[in-house]
Design a protein around this ligand. Structure first.
Ligand SMILES: *[C@@H]1O[C@H](CO)[C@@H](O)[C@H](O)[C@H]1NC(C)=O
Ligand SMILES: *[C@@H]1O[C@H](CO)[C@@H](O)[C@H](O)[C@H]1NC(C)=O
Ligand SMILES: *[C@@H]1O[C@H](CO)[C@@H](O)[C@H](O)[C@H]1NC(C)=O
Length: 511
């Protein structure tokens, strides 16, 4: 299992110690308390969304009234039976960013208390090992770790690896309990999640709660409900372990539905390189399903923002299948997001972050900082509504063939974007024996093209050569390799925010 994340023994011990405490608590019948993921120093979702809090009744009888006090206001509910056991739950008023508050629940003389609770924005950070990739494994972790304690209003919580055949209503244990950011807290916390959350906190001046719920080496089918998988006719074959369909959805996402949150971040896809085309259905289906279910159960907006990282390079080899196909599928075959199939999404392009010598394996590039920065731009624009923040790299809008020079002028963004250029990130054209062919048919072939001219206000000119028998051009593609670019050195970037042009494939006669 090359994608399996290797944990240090000490980390496993910490998880196990916490797990034991929670399991002991859960076994104590008669304990009136909050659900496992409601803890001291947590963040509850701020206005305009209404947060929910819930907990276990313990020995308090069904039908008994429960009083919850938050920010000087009382909320009353009663104990009810539910799939999670005998529980109580209240929906709070929409509460503006701020705190700290104490949250108390009382019933029949028993009291449960949460202290140091903030209202702010909650982001759920999920996916496989590149989301799991912790701060201390970045290329430049020291300042990040040493300064983490300067952000006490960024709060972290990490879910351990959990899987289950049935939907779960709570997390059975917690790896990193809710806590203020600190050196020790961020050490094993997702670098992408931390860097993004810290900057959202700084720029929006609100508390931010980050939930890490991710597992290395896992495919998307494990993170999807059976219904979402069914909509794509996905694999239903049972596999032992975390990749069993829906097992991670059941144990690591489903428990959070009642809680309200702001949005999700996602870095996954490496483990789907063998069904890359199907990912174009699976990924939007998962996003839409998560949105619908978080909305229906807990009132998180049904179009909550969803940001993700497009796959980074892997090996230093000329491989043209797998990763390039997943990258295209990650945009629902459009090339950029948001688009009609993927509204309110944002994407960090990562093709210029190869790390062939990463001590964690080249599948785990250490360069997470530029990716978090690109996600931040997307988050500010898509999630926080600042339309002035550029978050998309340049994208081609026009291909003009000059047959006499065997060249194609590629115009980006209708000439509206100021461009800058690097040296790698290859272009190819598809030569064909006939105008009507689709690239890939007999009588077609991809041929390398060179950049013969760069125009900072409009685009590039590429020059190519086709066999004498193949004088039609029926496709153009860019960066269609597992590892298409040198570090920070793809062919085309925007000047504003230094955003790389994403990979693209254009099928159709170029005339
Ligand atoms: C796009 O291509 C078409 C047809 O080749 C051409 O008429 C048009 O002027 C081009 N637009 C730009 C912005 O280059
Ligand atoms: C760059 O492209 C623009 C728009 O097509 C054109 O007006 C300009 O002359 C070009 N610049 C150069 C140096 O070729
Ligand atoms: C990109 O690569 C070229 C050729 O090796 C080099 O001249 C240039 O400095 C590189 N640019 C960056 C940003 O690394």
């Amino acid at each position: 299992m090359i994608f399996l994340h290797s944990c240090l023994a000490v980390y496993v011990l910490v998880i196990c110690a916490k797990a034991n405490v929670l399991e002991r608590q859960a076994r104590q019948s008669g304990v009136f308390r909050f659900a496992n993921y409601y803890q001291n120093s947590m963040v509850l979702q701020r206005a305009p969304t209404q947060a929910n809090v819930w907990g276990y009744a313990g020995s308090v009888a069904v039908g008994t009234s429960v009083n919850v006090n938050v920010a000087g206001k009382d909320y009353t509910t009663t104990v009810q039976t539910s799939p999670a056991g005998n529980v109580w739950e209240v929906k709070l008023d929409a509460i503006a960013a701020g705190g700290p508050y104490t949250v108390t629940a009382t019933s029949s003389g028993q009291t449960a208390t949460l202290t140091d609770v903030l209202f702010g924005d909650i982001w759920l950070c999920s996916g496989q090992s590149n989301m799991e990739h912790p701060v201390h494994r970045m290329d430049d972790p020291d300042d990040e770790m040493n300064n983490a304690g300067s952000f006490p209003n960024v709060r972290l919580m990490n879910v351990p690896h959990l899987e289950n055949a049935q939907p779960q209503y709570d997390v059975s244990s917690i790896a990193l309990p809710w806590q203020r950011a600190s050196r020790n807290g961020v050490y094993w916390f997702s670098a992408i999640c931390w860097l993004f959350g810290k900057e959202i906190h700084r720029r929006q001046n609100i508390p931010v709660g980050l939930i890490g719920s991710n597992w290395g080496g896992t495919r998307i089918e494990a993170w999807m409900s059976p219904e979402a998988r069914g909509s794509c006719n996905a694999d239903t074959e049972s596999i032992q372990g975390p990749n069993d369909p829906s097992h991670l959805w059941n144990a690591m996402v489903h428990p959070f539905l009642p809680m309200a949150m702001t949005g999700a971040l996602w870095y996954q896809g490496e483990s789907n390189r063998n069904n890359a085309e199907q990912y174009a259905c699976l990924f939007p289906a998962m996003i839409n399903d998560w949105r619908a279910r978080f909305n229906a159960r807990g009132g998180t907006p049904g179009d909550f923002p969803f940001g993700f990282v497009q796959l980074a390079p892997w090996r230093n080899q000329l491989v043209q299948t797998g990763f390039p196909d997943v990258r295209w599928s990650q945009t629902a075959n459009i090339g950029y997001v948001p688009n009609n199939n993927m509204p309110r999404t944002f994407m960090a392009v990562a093709i210029d972050t190869p790390d062939y010598n990463s001590p964690w394996g080249s599948i785990h590039p250490r360069y997470k900082r530029p990716l978090a920065e690109r996600l931040l731009y997307g988050g500010l624009n898509v999630a926080y509504g600042d339309a002035s923040v550029r978050h998309q790299g340049p994208f081609p809008t026009n291909f003009t063939l000059d047959g006499s020079t065997s060249s194609i002028i590629i115009t980006y963004d209708n000439g509206q974007t100021q461009l800058q250029f690097g040296t790698s990130g290859p272009f190819e054209v598809c030569c064909s024996t006939s105008d009507g062919a689709t690239c890939g048919d007999a009588g077609t072939s991809w041929e390398a093209a060179i950049v013969s001219e760069e125009n900072a206000s409009s685009g590039v000119t590429i020059t190519f050569s086709c066999l004498p028998t193949m004088q039609s051009v029926v496709g153009v593609r860019y960066a269609w390799q597992e590892s298409p670019c040198e570090l920070n050195n793809c062919s085309v970037y925007s000047v504003e925010n230094n955003l790389p042009a994403p990979p693209f494939i254009h099928n159709g006669l170029i005339g």
